[in-house]
Design a protein around this ligand. Sequence first.
Ligand code: AMP
Ligand code: GLY
Length: 424
Amino acid sequence: MALLDVLIIGNGGREHALALGLNDSNYVNNIHIAPGNVGTSEIGTNHNINILESLNITKLASDLSVDLVVIGPEMPLVNGIADDLKKLNIPCFGPVSIWANLEGSKRYAKELMQSLHIPTADYVTITEVSDNHEILHHFTPPWVIKRDVLAGGKGVTVTTDKNIALSSINEAIKMDGYVLVEEFLEGEEASILVMMDESNFVCLPPSQDHKRLSDGDKGPNTGGMGAYAPAPIVTPSILQRAQEEIIEPMHHYLRNQDSPYRGCLYVGLMIDPNGAPKVVEFNVRLGDPETQVTIPLIASDLGELLFSVATGNLSDLEVMFHNLCSATVVLASHNYPINPTVGDLISGNDVAIEEGETHAFIHYAGTTKDVDGNYLSSGGRVLAATGIAPTLREAVEASYQIINNINLKGSQFRSDIAFKAFRK
Ligand code: AMP
Ligand code: GLY
């Protein structure tokens, strides 16, 4: 394989993790990131474009003559960037827009799962405003109400309060014309990132996100406050069930379409107390912060892996993993997620750990540098400290060693990342 020039789209910790992984590749020459962040600027060339306009991405990819475009966030995929790159014969890691609908439309995902008999929560679509929805008698509380919009998890209401349920349903119908009401699934959540093309699929080590802001899964939902992998809740037998009941039927369906799925299928699972996995959501991209803990566990060459998926040749590879554990702890700005404060000085971020098999370092997200080289916060999730080690405890400890050294006024982080893995 000739050396690849790669363009990564996005500006989060996920994209910094991708850039670091590609920087270690024997198959990658130049790395470009659009728009990128302070972390990616230390690895490759950042290009400050608006990635919500597909034309900006296709123009940049053509101007740079890249051999591969790796899409981080969902919006460009929903906007059809993979379709546009396909017309230009530029390999794209990330699916074409009809499959991006699996994330872009919860109703579409539900209908497909139902037709393929994939286990997921029962649901009903409601279109009429009412002050006494029959569905609230049919499903027992807590009620799960989902707007069918891309809202980064914020379109979902889970409540035991009937008035909140009623108003959420009615408000969603007024805004969108319909709303989904789902059966509440008991259990513990986990994520499986699946590399997929028409030739094969490969599950990355299962991980677990921490969506709530505060310790003990309290507080508002966020983009994700930390993650770890492998998540022991996904035992080998649960992983096997998830493969047989969810991933294989999805792959069988997707591989046999005119435009097969090429990218990462993010399978968000709820694992019930009997060990039965059900799909909570599909995303059509790598998760953030799950990527930060799964990419470092891939022992195979990341450039070769992503290029193989983007060109439909995944079955040519045997993908290997390190026998290590990883954890990442997100440092968020003051007032995140409501109204994050930005522009504050970050210090103490010049520490990395390298002790035998234990490594810890920073994945940057909402961080920028001023003209004097000072690091400043520029977003809600500012950075994450990621630890890789032989045991999960060591990985978590290494991450906290880095996080505890960082100063950022009013910043917040969870002190219990991976607590579910340590629970007896
Ligand atoms: P979603 O955007 O569909 O992933 O939903 C956001 C979050 O709401 C999930 O990560 C779960 O924590 C919760 N959730 C969604 N659907 C359900 C369900 N049917 N049962 C229980 N919790 C759910
Ligand atoms: N960490 C959740 C997501 O990427 O959607």
